[in-house]
Every structure is written in structure tokens, then in C-alpha cells.
Design a binder for this molecule. Structure first.
Ligand SMILES: [Zn+2]
Length: 270
């Protein structure tokens, strides 16, 4: 809750005392909520949602510690989530492979090679490609080590960043790997160079797709808009509207969710 309110205030460029007055909540109660000790009621959160242009239902659910998460199943390939400790939270990398296959493709590399290998799925013996959502220590700390370790030429990185072992790909670039199609989307906002990747298969047609979202969006929140809140909001809508509602959403932090779930409840999608 504190995280969501802080990001929303920053996006709107508003100060806490000004907001407290506008929504008729004592400043100390609002400060407590920002310090992760929220006792705000749904009525108070509703007033905050209107002033900060947030999704009222989702904000109230977060306030009650009951943010809904969907059952994420039905992918026509295997998704291995590598959850690595990062500060007080968790940072995710993902491996995708065909059912029963020993090779896969990797999305983000975590804080370093050791952390990645500690969480490595035992059935996966090799990697054919690495894709990065954005360059940030917790997501791409060991990039060149990972590229070396798996014997890959270079990783695919978003347009606008130039790591020594990366090759930039931008909007609408498609990369085929066996039966799997990876589509890159340029989504600056959290960072100036940021990609999301939609993964789908040609067969069966209409099968559930996957969106590797990096720090564009999390279940019940978004990444900080460190580069541009305007671009962040715009790209968030654009990407979610491009995806079917049952698309499984794999974020850079926190649990899996779905596009439909976030369109319905995410505080930042009013
Ligand atoms: Zn991050």
C-alpha cells in the first residue's frame, strides 16, 4: 500500500500534506500508510483513488490485504519462474522451454550468475537465447557472465542501451525459437530503455500467451516511473490492450498474474 500511494503521488506530482487535505484524511494516518502501516478504510481509500486517479476497487482490496490473484495455467509451454531474493523483496527471471525439453530461453538474469544458478530449474541443461527487459543491477547483474556461461553470442536487449554483450531489439521485432514466437515491445517509462516480450505459439492457435513484463507492471502495482510517468502510463495501456485478457503476466517482481486481472484491479489502471 505504501509503495502504491508513494508512486501514485509521484506520478501526479502531489505532496502528502496537500493530498491529506484534499481527501480529508489526517496527515498522520496518511503518513502511516506511506510507511507501510496502513489502517485506511475503503471509504478513505476511495477518496484517495479519486484524487490520485487510481482504481478504487483494487486499491481497497490492497488496503484489506486481499488483492485478488488469478489461477495462472494453460500455457502451451513450460514457464520456470526463478525467484531470487533482492533486498526485502524478490526479483524474478524466467526460463521458457517446450514440455519435456532440456533447452530453453531465458528472460532477465537476476542480480548475478550465482543467484541465477542457485535457483536454476534442474531439468534445463542449456539456454539458446537471453532476453533482457531493462538494464538494472537486480535484473541483469551478471549479464556477460551468463552469456559466457551458456555459450551464447549476445543477449537481446532493449533499443537505447548498449551493454558489452547485448544486441538491441526494438518494437515489433519477432524472434522464432522452435514453435515459440517472441515479440518485443518497446515500453520506456520505468527506464528509458525497457522491453516487454509476448510469447506465443503458432499451434494450437488461440492458446494462452505469456507477457514478460519486466518493471512495466506488477500484480497490484507498477514499477517506479523513473524515466517518464507519461510514457509509462501510455505504454502500460498500449501493451495490455494488445494482449488477450487471459494472457499470463510474468513481472520482474512479485507473483504471476494475468492481463485481465490487472485491467480489472490494478490501482494504476483506473
Ligand atoms: Zn526491478
Amino acid at each position: 500500500m505504501g509503495d502504491v500511494l508513494e508512486k501514485a503521488m509521484r506520478q501526479e506530482g502531489r505532496f502528502v500534506d496537500e493530498i491529506a487535505q484534499a481527501v480529508d484524511i489526517p496527515l498522520s494516518r496518511l503518513r502511516d500508510a506511506l510507511d507501510y502501516r496502513s489502517e485506511l478504510t475503503c471509504a478513505e481509500l476511495g477518496r484517495l483513488a479519486r484524487v490520485l486517479q487510481l482504481n478504487e476497487v483494487g486499491l481497497c482490496a490492497l488496503g484489506e490485504n486481499s488483492y485478488p490473484l488469478p489461477i495462472c495455467s494453460g500455457l502451451p509451454f513450460v514457464l520456470h519462474a526463478l525467484r531470487m531474493r533482492h533486498g526485502v523483496g524478490v526479483v524474478n527471471a524466467y526460463v521458457i522451454s517446450a514440455v519435456g525439453a532440456e533447452r530453453g530461453i531465458l528472460f532477465d538474469t537476476g542480480p548475478n550468475l550465482a543467484a541465477l544458478l542457485e535457483n536454476w530449474p534442474p531439468t534445463i541443461k542449456g539456454i539458446d537465447s537471453v532476453f533482457l527487459t531493462h538494464i538494472e543491477g537486480e535484473h541483469t547483474g551478471g549479464l556477460c557472465d551468463v552469456v559466457d556461461y551458456f555459450g551464447i553470442k549476445s543477449a537481446f536487449v532493449p533499443h537505447g542501451c548498449h551493454p558489452p554483450c547485448g544486441e538491441a531489439i526494438g518494437d515489433a521485432v519477432e524472434i522464432k525459437w522452435a514453435n515459440i514466437k517472441v515479440q518485443a515491445f518497446s515500453t520506456p517509462g520505468h527506464a528509458s530503455a525497457h522491453n516487454c516480450y509476448r510469447i506465443s505459439v503458432a499451434n494450437p492457435t488461440g492458446a494462452t500467451a505469456l507477457l514478460i513484463a519486466g518493471d512495466l507492471i506488477f500484480a497490484g502495482s507498477v514499477g517506479g516511473s523513473y524515466f517518464s510517468s507519461q510514457l509509462h502510463r501510455k505504454n502500460l495501456r498500449r501493451i495490455l490492450n494488445l494482449c488477450a485478457a487471459d494472457t499470463i503476466l510474468a513481472p520482474g517482481h512479485g507473483p504471476l498474474t494475468s492481463v485481465g486481472n490487472e485491467l480489472r484491479y490494478n490501482p494504476f489502471l483506473p
